[in-house]
Design a protein around this ligand. Sequence first.
Ligand code: UD1
Ligand code: CA
Length: 452
Amino acid sequence: MALSVIILAAGKGTRMKSALPKVLHPLANKPLVEHVYETAKKLGAEEIVIVYGHGGEQVKAKCYHFDARWVEQKEQLGTGHAVQHGLEAVNLENDVLVLYGDVPLTTTDSLKLLLEDFNNKIALMTVKLDNPFGYGRIIRDKHDKVVAIVEQKDASDEQKLIAEVNSGILAAKGRTLNDLLNRIDNKNVQGEYYLTDIFSLAANDGIEVVTSHPSGAWEVEGVNNRLQLATLERIHQMNIANELMTNGVALADPARLDVRGDVDISNDVFIDVNVVLEGNVKIGKGTTIGPNVVIIDSTIGENVVIKSNCVIESTIIENNVDVGPFARLRPETHLHEKSRVGNFVEIKKSAIGKGSKVNHLSYIGDTEMGADVNIGAGTITCNYDGAYKHKTIIKDKVFVGSDSQLVAPVTIGQGVTIGAGATITKDVEDDALVISRVPQRHINGWKRPQKK
Ligand code: UD1
Ligand code: CA
């Protein structure tokens, strides 16, 4: 049966105390609602409908890439009212699953379990909590059948003792849901149209409710304030760390790795503390990532050593390369096999050839470097003339002495040796020695000025 998913995202999120709509707050660098959207996608939903309200334009602008329909709920009159709005955009013959834009961590496994042959029943995800305060309580009859859900504010003292609570996540045939919702009212303490009121109506109609449960309460926990957001972030990160370790990745401290994207990390990779991986990051077998390293959208080969405090973005690093400590690799950097980039080196949009070394205090930008090149300490490629960027080409086996400037556009031929302190402004032919420093002068017996 085809599946439609309605994501409720109209709430204001007052307790976030933020100008940003709640569902746009990031978890692992991705808006909350995007986590939910991706879960719906993974379930193979045929239609995804997002019910929006507060900050709707901002939400739509940020989520422009969603393959979803947007339905506005102008006034937030309750969860039942919101789902009714969503149903207007849904094929009522489909199965309909209700998810929440501020409940980001529900797993597809738990949702598949929920959706498992519920046919003409209502499928409801419930969970038992040590502290059920604030949640709707599940009321069961003596045959253990769900007969109603009572909200915290409407519950009797006896009902408040019930530990089994409503996650809010449920599924039913679109038509069933629609028929039931057409009959709810707002005669309750909050004056809202409760989605949860469909359960007593269903019980009266003899519609069966089947319940399933998530692997942990975190799967159905929502974000109302920044503390809850941070708590879910930690749970999410711990889940990722656990999965990595299960796959053979060594983590110095699973609580001190943050993954904010999609990573593909081979076994026997070692990751030290305080590492942040963002976007698409691939790391090959046997590679070591030192402490305090940030890697964004990069591919790193096998047996690479990244020492501490490096920032690496949109870079390709081949096998057996050494980087850092304190290296900054900016977008479109490509470090070929066995090359070496040392401390306080910045590289941008450049290829460092096989076995080449840039060991200390250099800036290499817009450069194509061959194999076995040695770049001395303090070498700068002057790639920018104030208006345009220019290219530096350094052929194989070049030796650049310390504190040299290569003023682009310029080509340094194969095997060239550049003496320390050179400023190179013209192309150099293969195998030449270039010296461009001012000859050393001596003024003997020179007296420095003295203070009187
Ligand atoms: C709801 C459930 C409660 C359950 C709890 C789980 C109802 C009446 N109660 O309570 O049984 O235990 O969730 O977290 O359903 N929303 C809209 N439009 C509205 C109202 C709400 O889009 O008009 C959205 C909110 O943005 C939020 C979600 O629906 O994402 C839940 O609404 P909220 O008011 O937080 O429900 P609870 O009182 O927490
Ligand atoms: Ca509420």
